[in-house]
Design a protein around this ligand. Structure first.
Ligand code: ZN
Length: 110
């Protein structure tokens, strides 16, 4: 396979990091162009990466303890920037809040 610059691409194994290095996926198959210093991934590998990242999300930085805040007559639970970005949350966006039990609250972003 050739790069857009015409240089021959090398098959390499690389590490990819997400969320400022909090999540690292190791041994990703990629194609590297020594001219452009560019790493390319095919879509199959891309799917594998996003699958691994989403698994890691749940286990690693996406679990955190928060203090409940009071805003007027309501209570607010702070959501970190990483979670907000992952959930594609926007200020003013709507969520569906469901009480599942006295110990569990479900927030649907959709
Ligand atoms: Zn190139």
């Amino acid at each position: 396979m050739k790069c857009v610059c015409g240089n021959k691409l090398q098959e390499i194994k690389t590490d990819m990091d997400f969320f400022d290095g909090k999540v690292i996926v190791r041994g990703v198959n990629a194609l590297y162009c020594s001219e452009c210093k560019e790493e390319l991934f095919d879509s199959k590998e891309g799917d594998k990466i996003s699958e691994q990242v989403s698994i890691l999300h749940i286990i690693q930085p996406f679990e955190s303890r928060k203090k409940i805040a009071k805003v007027g007559n309501s209570y607010a639970i702070p959501v970190s920037k990483e979670i907000a970005e992952y959930m594609q949350a926007k200020k003013g966006g709507e969520v569906l809040v469901k009480v599942q039990s006295q110990k569990r609250l479900i927030v649907d972003f959709a």
